[in-house]
Write a protein that binds this ligand. Structure first.
Ligand code: RIB
Ligand code: CA
Length: 337
């Protein structure tokens, strides 16, 4: 296995704020953000998305305690989209949001600060130093831009799991995170920054196949009681036609630490907000890179080096598996409902 961070050894960790809606794959993304020594998770903000804000925030607090990043603030944000009723993906993530994984009740509460204030203040306090990553609907990000447009200057980078330049998953045209709040996504892509868009075209390459699931099992109870059930909640291992679940959100965090694992192209991305059948569609114009075209506003990821991605992710998760197992064993914690 290549060195995990050959390009980043002896460099200070890359700092990131993760805005998320945990969520099966958001939970796995948080594990990566916490576990990678090349990354420093400085704050977690939650948004209503896969499940209610109450549930995404409770899940984030329980994940913080179970995974062991207790000193990282968790701040709750928008319970609903900017201009339309809240969507849900409980049919995918379970009513609670973490499938059948049941983590111990969190002993600490969320921050009293709102997620939007946390995003703005974190970026303002460390201009150019914190990578902003979003793996849920973009409501908090849009509200932060409204409150303080200068976050486009302060964010070291802005990476989302969202969108698609081919097919959707919430509808034939739209990916869930964009579909859930198209107005927010439209404002976010129209702001004066470059959006690294890791959409379904890329994330559907990052599948937890049976072979990958077997490698997760080797992580001890972090594998068998956490990563495996999160990665197999709605897949039928007996269904030969279904290769496994995509770990969509893990790709967004992985991009910050290991952009070398991904291939991308510049594009002009606009979000459909009016279409009867296409609301939430990311309309991706790769020709925008042409000199005489409108300036690109996004870096759209097209390809994942899948083998190297999984070697990286599983190798990083293995770094923290013993301490998480020990903590869970000493607390007599069970994670399966
Ligand atoms: O379409 C996949 C995205 O929607 C992921 O972020 C998943 O967690 C859901 O929020
Ligand atoms: Ca998500």
């Amino acid at each position: 296995m290549p060195p995990l961070h050959s390009s980043t050894q002896h460099q200070p960790p890359l700092r990131l704020l993760l805005d998320c809606d945990p969520g099966l794959d958001d939970a796995l993304a948080l594990l990566l953000a916490h576990a990678d020594p090349a990354l420093q998770l400085v704050a977690v903000t939650t948004v209503g998305g896969n499940v209610s804000l109450e549930n995404t925030t409770r899940n984030a607090l329980q994940l913080r305690q179970y995974l062991g990043f207790e000193r990282v603030p968790v701040a709750a944000g928008a319970p609903a989209p900017l201009a339309r009723p809240a969507r849900s993906a409980a049919h995918v993530h379970g009513e609670e949001g973490l499938g059948d994984v049941r983590l111990p009740v969190a002993g600490a509460a969320a921050s009293t600060a709102h997620a939007v204030d946390t995003i703005v203040d974190t970026l303002r306090d460390s201009p150019g130093d914190v990578h902003l990553v979003a793996t849920g609907p973009l409501t908090n990000i849009a509200l932060a831009l409204r409150r303080e447009p200068r976050i486009v200057e302060w964010a070291a980078s802005f990476v989302i799991m969202g969108g698609s330049y081919t097919r959707g998953n919430a509808t034939p045209a739209a990916e869930f995170n964009i579909y859930a709040d198209p107005e927010a996504a439209a404002e976010v892509f129209a702001a004066n920054w470059n959006v690294v868009m890791i959409g379904l075209d890329a994330t559907l390459q990052a599948i937890a196949t049976p072979t990958i699931v077997d490698r997760m099992r080797a992580l001890g109870s972090l594998g068998t009681e956490f990563a495996v059930p999160l990665s197999t909640f709605w897949t039928d291992p007996n269904d030969a036609d279904w290769p496994g679940q995509a770990v969509h959100d893990v790709c967004a965090v992985a991009y910050v630490a290991r952009p070398d694992l991904f291939v991308s192209r510049p594009a002009l991305v606009r979000v459909e907000t009016e279409g009867e059948y296409t609301s939430g569609m990311t309309v991706v114009d790769f020709n925008a890179a042409d000199p005489d075209a409108a300036d690109p506003n996004a870096t759209v990821v097209t390809t994942v080096d899948v083998d190297a991605f999984w070697d990286y992710v599983l190798g990083v998760w293995a770094l923290v598996a013993p301490e998480i197992d020990d903590r869970a064993a000493h607390a007599g914690e069970r994670t399966r409902g």
